[in-house]
Write a protein that binds this ligand. Structure first.
Ligand code: BGO
Length: 718
């Protein structure tokens, strides 16, 4: 049996960094909570100790049963019984981190405390007396810097040594006499139902009336009553509820440790990070700065740097170089006309159209990775918490959306950290409104081909997504299904740092590569299906290859559905089919349009690429098409993630139905009201749009069912 060492600590204390350094893994290191939701395992790289497994537990502030992370971490610690614990403690936040340490110590499992971020502690001029801390806690304490890989082997090997010697942890701290008396009495009543080593921890949890522990112990009624009498007595004596009694006593103990072991440099000056944050998170400036940052990201990616590269890929590589070269090669080997058409008009037109947008995607991912790596994105969650809270939402809901700018699937999965079921469901429903990387080709295509690269189109796509989230949040929060107070949101704001080239490039490449892989698999397969369905049709009762795509199966299927989208301004069958294939993967919208509007052929003929597409849309219908595709049901992979996270078919259908209906209503309003204001008259569609806007306004303005608390968001530390 391998020796198991669990890594436990607060969120953002550096667990993942330490785990990666100890095991040589490459887990994602991020600066917002919920990044490590499940536990991860890896082998310790050590010359002295072999076969040691390190288990990285989710970040937790305590061993209470209130959050999913806490439940996963403590279940592991109690039931799997690791051989030792490395409790990683953020040295720049000693007081708060020791709260968990005091609880872990009570589990009786051999433990080493690794005080991390010592590089920052030293830089700040603060002092931690590690020897005294070790004496006070009753276990080895080692100063480390996980980032700089200093002291980490010593900490891991010390934990391995304790594990091998099976040295149980005996906490040094004692609570007040009344409380100790109550705990000892409960320990006595528990008898041999609990192993000796975690009897104290269990007794404390029972004293706190921890439901999950009580259920696990399955005590009979008379025993429960005797325990309740002990707790009641102590509560009366100490004039507080049992949970608060324990919390207060812990903090009293921690204060005494801090007094003896920690010296903060007096007259500490404001750090550079603090100075930047005074501007970046300022009540009035935060939002304009965020809007400017996201505008710059999309403008750079879609309208400037990204476009130069995409234009070359589209016009030259997939326009002048690959199609003619491939055609003459296929001619030279005598390829059958249908196969030539499949390769040129299907695969190259479809996959090539998507690949053409990869440079823009990479620029987008690079810009987002830079913002994330320097620490700005963590501030965005904090800023959005302030705004969301006004509408009864929590900033916790914004983290899945930040993650969703890469791909909706991990974004939806990140909603697991939201404890409140109603908020979690609502977050899942709105997360995919944020344009993910796969929607970027659609945005870039519409912006480039139909708006002549207008500067505002791409950034507006992001803001349409944010607006959809906020409006949906307000509307849904006012319904019985989602009403309730927003969950509190506690988050570390790590100091800003210069982005690390390796991290940024890795993040950009990982996201970009997954799209390239998708182009070679699911999109390739979809283009083949689209080509077949558009190139074959029934003529004189026989299935034959048709010369004109308008005679193919796809035009008939698309044509039957297209009237549904006519009020949105794009009732042509090609746009309808593109939207439907977008359900398989959003990039398919572009590849399908590439096939149906002859992307490769047009280039070959020397016409401006995408010219045919541009001629079948107006400015209004193009924007309505873009908005619908941004907001409607996401791709199948994201729908699958919604299904998994909702764990309920009705909720999944409700989510997809809501998204699609919302997208339809918004696109219809944009098109119909746009037509009205541009002097194109009043029709049934206009009346429907006015009704929709009125309904929207009513749903937005009506009172909340339960008033959300106006609690200020908690900024844990700076
Ligand atoms: C970011 N020293 C310093 N200076 N930083 C450290 C150390 C250390 O010893 N150890 C970790 N960090 P996680 P959890 C970041 O990601 O391992 C940093 O949640 C950033 N990222 O680099 O993820 C580490 O697993 C942008 O910081 O912790 C990481 O426990 C700006 O602490 C953070 C600033 O580490 C959390 C920091 C995009």
């Amino acid at each position: 049996m391998p020796t198991k060492i669990a890594l436990a600590g607060n969120p953002n204390s550096g667990k993942t960094t330490l785990f990666n350094a100890l095991t040589g893994s490459n887990q994602y290191v991020g600066n917002w909570p919920g990044v490590t939701i499940e536990k991860k395992e890896g082998k310790l790289r050590s010359d002295t100790y072999k076969d040691i497994t390190i288990v990285d537990l989710p970040g937790i502030y305590s061993l209470s049963p209130y959050t999913l992370e806490e439940v996963i971490a403590r279940d592991y610690l109690i039931t799997e019984n690791p051989d030792a614990i490395i409790n990683i403690v953020d040295g720049t936040n000693l007081e708060r981190n020791l709260y968990l340490t005091t609880q872990l110590a009570e589990l009786g499992i051999p433990m080493v405390v690794a005080v991390n971020m010592m590089d920052i502690v030293e830089k700040n001029g603060d002092r931690i007396n590690l020897d005294k801390l070790s004496e006070k806690l009753g276990c080895p304490v080692i100063g480390i810097s996980a980032l700089r890989k200093a002291g980490i082997t010593e900490a891991a090997e010390k934990a391995a040594e304790l594990a091998n010697k099976k040295v149980p942890m005996t906490p040094k701290h004692r609570f007040s006499d009344e409380l100790e008396h109550a705990i000892e009495s409960i320990e006595g009543l528990l008898g041999d139902r609990v192993e000796d080593k975690n009897k104290r921890w269990t007794a404390i949890k029972v004293f706190e009336r921890d439901i999950k522990i009580m259920e696990r112990l399955d005590l009979d009624d008379s025993l429960k009553e005797r325990i309740e009498n002990i707790i009641d007595g102590c509560e009366t004596d100490m004039d507080d509820d049992s949970e608060s009694i324990i919390t207060n006593e812990r903090y009293l103990y921690i204060s005494s440790i801090i007094k003896d072991c920690y010296r903060r440099k007096s007259n500490k000056k404001m750090t550079t990070s603090d100075k930047i944050d005074r501007i970046v998170t300022n009540r009035w400036l935060a939002l304009p700065i965020f809007a400017l940052a996201m505008f710059a990201v999309y403008y750079l990616a879609v309208t400037t740097v990204g476009t130069w590269m995409t234009d070359w890929t589209n016009d030259v590589l997939f326009g002048e170089i690959i199609p003619p070269a491939m055609e003459s090669f296929l001619d030279s080997i005598g390829t059958a006309p249908w196969l030539q058409s499949l390769i040129l008009d299907g695969i190259i037109a479809g996959v090539g159209a998507v690949l053409g947008f990869i440079p823009q995607m990479l620029v987008l991912f690079l810009a987002l990775a830079l913002l994330e790596d320097c620490g700005y994105m963590a501030r965005v969650a904090f800023i959005m918490d302030r705004i969301f809270r006004k509408f009864g939402l929590s900033g916790k809901s914004f983290i899945p959306m930040l993650i969703g700018t890469g791909c909706g699937v991990p974004g939806i999965m990140a909603s697991r950290t939201i404890e409140n079921e109603r908020d979690r469901r609502m977050t899942i429903m709105v997360t995919t409104f944020i344009p993910c990387g796969a929607k970027l080709p659609v945005i870039a295509l519409i912006s480039g081909a139909l708006f002549n690269g207008a500067w505002w189109v791409a950034p507006s796509a992001y803001f349409v997504g944010i607006a959809a989230i906020i409006f949906s949040g307000i509307i849904l929060k006012k319904t019985r299904m989602f009403s309730g107070d927003p969950a509190p949101f506690v988050m570390e704001l790590p100091p800003y740092h210069r982005p690390v080239a390796g991290n940024v490039l890795r993040s950009m490449w990982e996201r970009g590569w997954s799209f390239i892989k998708k182009a070679g698999t699911i999109i390739l397969l979809s283009t083949i299906v689209v080509w077949f369905a558009s190139s074959f049709g029934i003529v004189d009762g026989r299935i034959v290859m048709v010369d004109d795509v308008n005679d193919g199966f796809l035009s008939k299927i698309g044509g039957a559905i297209a009237p549904v989208f006519a009020p949105l301004g794009w009732g042509q069958w090609q746009a309808t089919v593109a939207t439907i294939t977008g359900l398989v993967a959003k990039e398919n919208v572009v590849s399908t349009l590439g096939i149906l509007y002859g992307f490769a052929e047009v280039a070959e003929d020397g016409f401006e690429i995408w010219g045919l597409l541009a001629s079948s849309f107006t400015v209004l219908s193009a924007y309505s098409f873009l908005v619908f595709n941004l907001l409607c049901a996401p791709c199948f992979a994201a729908i699958g993630a919604i299904r998994r996270e909702m764990n309920n078919t009705k909720w999944t259908l409700f989510a997809i139905g809501y998204q699609t209906l919302f997208a339809y209503a918004v696109s219809l309003s944009i098109y119909q009201l746009g037509m009205l204001f541009t002097g194109n008259g009043f029709g049934i569609g206009t009346a429907a749009a006015i009704l929709i806007v009125a309904l929207f306004l009513y749903l937005l303005m009506r009172p909340y069912r339960e008033r959300p608390i106006e609690a200020a968001s908690v900024q844990a530390s700076m």
